[in-house]
Structure formats: C-alpha cells, structure tokens
Design a protein around this ligand. Structure first.
Ligand SMILES: [Zn+2]
Length: 296
C-alpha cells in the first residue's frame, strides 16, 4: 500500500479502503471510480490514471476541463490511462466513467514532473541536467526511495526462490553520463557511441528510477533473458512496480534494442496495467511520439 499511495489521491485512498472493497465482494459490483490521479510524464504531457470496479472493458473514459473534453480513453481490465495536455496546470479536471465522476487537481510544474514515477526520458525527451528529488543508497543500489524499496523487496523474494539478483548499475548523474558518453565518443566516434550509450540528459538512469539487473551470467547482454534472473524479472518484476523498459521488437518506438536487464520503476499500478495489456512501451501507453533516434 505504501508504494501505491504515491499514485493515489487522498480521496481515492478513502474509497479504496472503504466501500469499494465491500462492493467488490458483492455478486454485482456497482460502477465505481476507485482511483483517479494525474501525473506529468513530459513537460508537455500529463497522464490521468483511472482505476475502476464494476466497469466493463471497453467503457469510455473522458476527462473534462471547464466543460470541454480534453482527453478520451477506454477501460481495459478495470484501468484506463488518459493523456492530456500539460496546459491545464493547476486545473481541477473531472474524470467521467460509466456515469461516475471524480474531480482531481492537475499539477504539471517542474517539481511535479521531477517527482513523477511516470516521467518519460528517451532520445526525443531530455531530462536536461535535472536531479531526482530524493535518492537512497543501499550497497551499490542508488534509486529514488519508492523504487529502491520495491527493488529490495523484489530481490529478497527472488533470493528466497533461489535466484540472486545483482545491481549492475542504477542512478547515474547527468555529469557522470556526460563523462561516460564523452569517453565513448573519443574512443569509438559519435555514431558508434550512440548505439550503446545514451547522450547526457537522455539516460533513464538519470531519473533514479532505472536499474540494470544482473544474475550469475550474461550481464548487460541479450542472453540475460534466458538466465534464471532474466526469467524472474520478466515474469515477476511488474508485481513490484518495474517494467522491462526496452522490450523485444520495440526498437522503432524506444530507440533501444531489447534490454531484458534494464528495469524502470513506474509503480505497481501502472506496471500491472502494462503487464495486463501485454508489455506496451511507455511511449505507446502514453500516446507520445516514437523516439527511435535523437533530433540531430
Ligand atoms: Zn540501463
């Protein structure tokens, strides 16, 4: 519940703890919005996450600002994500699903973006020289607190099942990424360096929400997927709020080849949704432009 709370408004929490649970035990669930929250994902885009009970897959979801529809989506397995423009900063918008309404406040400022677990960084969207609001360190794991806690829980469960997970890399500052990239360019040239290293500002590791996991072999290599650690991560990481950020065959969207070891923390609510719809990339889930390459 602690990690989920990041995504849940106070009102939604009350609902989650109260009548919604009683309703879910009833034979016919009344339509209800159990969660509605808005998190910025880029400086131009905010995503409204909506959780429901008793609402059929395919049902319409609309987000309304001042009488105008500013976002539409449909419910899949009780959840919906609705991208809206970040121009609504500070607005109170209304989420409507199956005749139910929920009013939420949307924050789109830089502080909200930096703290958002749904933040997107890719070859088109730079994190600039921003730093995560908070980082915690444990051994060689350095991540934002919610992501670090989730990782440790996941690693403990894996260990209990006989699979060791190691941290190959986690948070890297903008300065560190710059020095790495500069060294790679000096050694191999810019074109070659771009195929295996992110440019400064464009690495997800700068968000403090990404971790490269290693097992007993195949570290940072495609064959990691076939190791015990790789299989555990693929089947179970979503339970802890992580997604394999660069899935197989999504190069044209993410700009990266399959990286079965690179996990991105988005929180259990969104990770569960992405898992249930079948490993959508963040770009596709949030209706953002594909990011196969840098702008120049
Ligand atoms: Zn990585």
């Amino acid at each position: 519940m602690k990690t989920l709370a990041v995504l849940v408004t106070a009102a939604a929490l009350t609902t989650l703890a109260g009548p919604a649970q009683a309703a879910s035990a009833a034979p016919r669930k009344p339509a209800r919005i159990v969660l509605a929250t808005a998190l910025p994902v880029t400086s131009a885009c905010v995503v409204v996450g909506v959780g429901t009970t008793g609402v059929a897959t395919g049902s319409r979801v609309t987000v309304i600002d001042d009488g105008r529809v500013i976002g539409r989506s449909r419910v899949t397995a009780g959840k919906a994500i609705v991208p809206i423009s970040s121009k609504v900063q500070g607005s109170r918008v209304t989420v409507v699903v199956a005749g139910q309404r929920r009013i939420i406040t949307v924050r789109t400022d830089a502080a909200a973006l930096a703290a958002s677990p749904w933040l997107v960084v890719n070859k088109k969207v730079s994190a600039g020289s921003s730093t995560p609001p908070r980082l915690t360190t444990s051994g060689n794991l350095r991540l934002q607190p919610s992501a670090a806690g989730a990782y440790e829980k996941m690693a403990k469960t894996a260990a209990r099942q006989g699979t060791s997970l190691w941290v190959a890399s986690s948070y890297r500052s903008a300065a560190r990424q710059k020095s790495l990239y500069t060294a790679y360019v000096a050694r191999d040239g810019r074109k070659a360096a771009d195929t295996y290293s992110a440019r400064p500002g464009h690495s997800e590791h700068q968000t403090g929400l990404a971790v490269d996991v290693a097992g007993s072999s195949c570290t940072l290599s495609g064959c990691f997927a076939d190791t015990a650690a790789g299989r555990f991560v693929k089947s179970d990481a979503y339970r802890y709020g992580f997604v394999v950020r660069y899935p197989k065959g999504a190069d044209a969207t993410t700009g990266y080849r399959y990286e079965p070891w690179h996990l991105r923390y988005v929180g259990p609510w969104l990770a569960g949704y992405l898992h249930s719809v079948g490993s959508l990339t963040l770009e596709r889930a949030f209706a953002l432009p594909a990011a196969p390459d840098y702008a120049n």
